[in-house]
Write a protein that binds this ligand. Structure first.
Ligand code: ACO
Length: 331
């Protein structure tokens, strides 16, 4: 069975409460209708119930009525205002600011998760990555032992001879512009967990560079070799190696010749990029040029799941990401 079908089936086995702050965005509403029809998750829509339902009616989205609704303009959200104030007062937030911000659906969604009233959030069809991530960073924060959130993609490539029968995890392609060596190591650990927990594969992590095992000397290469050491120290059982060029990471013959003795060279299924420029460019090029299905960004390292969509996403992308968010919430 295709991995995405498995992820949807897993979500259906234990429906999680997923909050959608962009409730009048039409692709989001169509996705919510499918998710409710197929019982993939319980949906919470933020906004005016009447306005949302009349929009749904115009589009013949009959299942949207089965969602839960919260309207920050008319419902009592005082407990969320207080929570936001308590969480952010040490950063200088006033009660007046908390009252205003808690009405922002992107903030309210995170506050609902923090309060235990929702299990995960998906947004980004309308809002930028920064606007989706900032409230999540401020309110939900990272998992214990992790200091940065990063963004991974499941890359379903048409080349079964590479990766895990064509499947790769690419990271960080979405969040951290220029991670330090220790942050890069954290991205490797989080990506390995995503590969294992979400894709069910044994992670073989390659830390990518323009150099393989000392073929070039540069401070950018040093950052990657330092990150490999940090990742190995943090998890001695993790199959991780670097620095590796992309061909040495995924092509068995090249891996053998450029990195003999490596435990993953030529077989990597998790590719960790040295910075956001390379990660973001790589995933978009692979997606467009090779006809790869790229699912993400899947945010990893957050204490509870919040995921961001590309503004160019399709209804199907949103349904898949709701299922992925629900899977993360079940962990
Ligand atoms: N993980 C966890 N927390 C973080 C992270 C992180 N990676 N980055 C910032 N934070 C926290 C900070 O610690 C801070 O917390 P505090 O207020 O409690 O002290 C808070 O978030 C705000 O930090 P800033 O440094 O002010 O972060 P800023 O809001 O400026 O930027 C952002 C964060 C928006 C995510 C920035 O890193 C960014 O723009 N990244 C690039 C996003 C992007 O454009 N990606 C490409 C498009 S996505 C795509 O193509 C799929």
């Amino acid at each position: 069975m295709h991995l995405l079908n498995q992820i949807i089936k897993r979500a259906q086995s234990n429906p999680q409460r997923i909050v959608l702050p962009e409730s009048t965005e039409i692709r989001t509403l169509k996705a919510a209708d499918i998710v409710l029809k197929d019982k993939i998750a319980k949906i919470i829509l933020i906004g005016d119930r009447q306005e949302i339902l009349s929009l749904a009616e115009k589009e013949n989205l009959n299942h949207v009525a089965h969602a839960s609704f919260i309207n920050p303009e008319t419902d009592d959200i005082q407990k969320y205002v207080q929570l936001l104030y308590d969480l952010r007062k040490s950063k200088g937030m006033t009660m007046e600011e908390a009252e205003k911000l808690a009405k922002d659906p992107l903030y309210l969604a995170c506050l609902m998760i923090k309060q235990g009233d929702a299990d995960g959030e998906l947004a980004g069809a309308q809002n930028t990555t920064g606007n989706v991530l900032r409230p999540a960073f401020q309110i939900i924060r990272t998992k214990p032992g992790i200091s940065i959130v990063s963004g991974a993609f499941l890359m379903f490539t048409p080349t079964p001879q590479y990766g895990e029968e064509g499947l790769f995890v690419f990271a960080d392609c979405a969040v951290n512009p220029n991670p330090s060596a220790s942050e890069l190591a954290e991205i490797a650990l989080s990506s390995a967990e995503t590969a294992q927990a979400l894709a069910g594969v044994q992670p073989k992590v390659a830390m990518l560079s323009f150099s393989t095992k000392g073929s070039a000397s540069h401070e950018l290469v040093d950052k990657v070799t330092e990150a490999v050491k940090c990742a190995q120290k943090a998890n001695p059982d993790l199959l991780v190696d670097g620095e590796l060029q992309a061909d040495a990471a995924i092509v068995p013959s090249v891996g053998k010749s450029k990195a003999p003795g490596s435990n993953i060279a030529g077989q990597a299924n998790v590719l960790v990029f040295p910075d956001l420029q390379s990660g973001n460019i790589a995933y978009k090029l692979v997606e467009r040029i090779s006809g790869t299905l790229a699912i993400g960004p899947i945010l990893q390292g957050m204490a509870a799941p919040v995921n961001d969509l590309s503004r160019g996403c399709s209804v199907e992308d949103i349904v898949n990401m709701i299922a992925i968010t629900a899977n993360q919430a079940m962990k």
